[in-house]
Design a protein around this ligand. Structure first.
Ligand SMILES: *Cc1c(COP(=O)(O)O)cnc(C)c1O
Length: 386
């Protein structure tokens, strides 16, 4: 199987299922609404959504209407919520396919209601409060006014009140509790003044995995379900990385000391060594900067090998001079296990000066997704009456 693809990601759907179940335990009474934006963080939204459906999740978060429609067209019937803002052109399809969206202002509320009416439908909306992210969402003092506007519009149904935390450290950062307090204050104002109790949801992976208390009615973890934790949160032993990333050696060359490698000669061998070329470049999602600081590493035959020279569009180069017996066709692991050693998305990200989110969602379309597992587990047979 290894050699069938130039570059491939193995996606262990059973690991995703186990991570989802663990997250449900951590979330306690709050429902878990998995976030599948950016093609399920590069893992393939349709395959991941099927697991969510098998596990009876109540709602899925997506990034925009095209992602919602992709799921609808592949038969996903679960409630879907576009987490961000919709632009006008997206609204008819959202109405038609019963996709919920976040709203952020009174004028947006009125415009959405008009569009929904003119398409003869109703839109489920989640009012988003900006409690400190500073991006989307109404200021806390405007929540009542915008909620009233939503309630006045028969074409809109207020289903949720949401906010988004800015810290990647969750409960370990005092700003999270501050945001949470503003959020719950807005929720009780809504309840007391307008008598409405939309579903309350605020927590991302960092909040859930730092065990923030008081999570509301639902949580919206993304990255943790894929087995990666944000920031410097400690990785629990039972959280499994869902995706591993591999390529293979396509070319080997022995070079003397002083040989320049790649565009702009960014790396020069300081001893005679052996350079392996890999058929994976920045078009496949490898960061251009991976070879720049001498930090990028991959695993070949269980040993770490540095990425040397600039990553190019379709290829990159590694130094395998210290690994005996490397051959064309050898499997190369960028994320995942090889022999006793293991590289995480975090390792690749920090070597390139970025975050694991970016590594996951920028994996290119040419990287073949190879799925493991994913079958509906056989139902336990009911005991036969005798
Ligand atoms: C992306 C996103 C999430 C999930 O964040 P993670 O850090 O991946 O858990 C939750 N809520 C909103 C609004 C988001 O945009």
């Amino acid at each position: 199987m290894e050699s069938r693809h130039r570059a491939w990601a193995e996606i262990d759907l059973e690991a995703f299922r186990r991570n989802l179940r663990r997250s449900r335990q951590l979330a306690g009474r709050a429902a878990v609404w998995p976030v599948l934006k950016a093609n399920a963080y590069g893992h393939g939204a349709v395959a991941i959504a099927r697991i969510c459906a098998q596990e009876s999740v109540e709602r899925i978060g997506v990034g925009d209407s095209s992602e919602a429609l992709q799921l609808r067209h592949s038969g996903v019937r679960l409630p879907l919520l576009v987490l961000g803002a919709a632009i006008d052109a997206e609204v008819p399809a959202l109405v038609e396919h019963q996709v919920e969206i976040g709203v952020h202002s009174e004028s947006r509320t009125r415009a959405l209601a008009k569009l929904a009416e003119s398409h003869g439908g109703q839109l489920g909306v989640h009012l988003k409060v900006d409690t400190g992210m500073g991006r989307l969402g109404v200021r806390p003092e405007a929540v009542l006014r915008v909620a009233r506007a939503i309630l006045e519009e028969p074409a809109l149904e207020l289903r949720g009140l949401m906010t988004h935390f800015s810290s990647s450290r969750g409960a370990h950062d005092p700003t999270t509790a501050g945001q949470q307090a503003l959020f719950f204050a807005a929720a009780s104002e809504l309840r007391q003044t307008l008598g409405v109790t939309p579903l309350l949801h605020c927590a991302n992976s960092a909040a859930v995995y730092s065990e923030l208390p008081q999570l509301g009615d639902a949580v919206r973890p993304g990255i943790a379900l894929y087995g990666i934790l944000p920031g410097d949160l400690e990785h629990p032993a039972d959280l499994e990385e869902v995706l591993s990333l591999h390529t293979q050696v396509v070319f080997l060359k022995d070079v003397p000391a002083g040989t320049a490698i790649g565009y702009d000669s960014r790396w020069t061998s300081h001893r005679p060594t052996r350079i392996a070329t890999l058929p994976m470049g920045y078009n496949d999602g490898l960061p251009y900067t991976l070879g720049q600081h001498g930090q990028g590493q991959v695993l070949v035959r269980g040993q770490r090998c540095p990425v040397v020279g600039a990553v190019s569009m379709d290829y990159c180069t590694i130094d395998v001079g210290h690994v005996p017996g490397v051959a064309v066709g050898d499997r190369v692991t960028l994320i995942g296990r090889s022999g006793p050693d293991h590289l995480r998305a975090h390792d690749l990200a920090s070597a390139a000066g970025t975050i694991p989110y970016e590594i996951a969602c920028r994996l290119g379309a040419r990287v073949q997704r190879v799925y493991l597992g994913g079958q509906q587990p056989a139902p336990t047979p009911a005991p036969v009456a005798t």
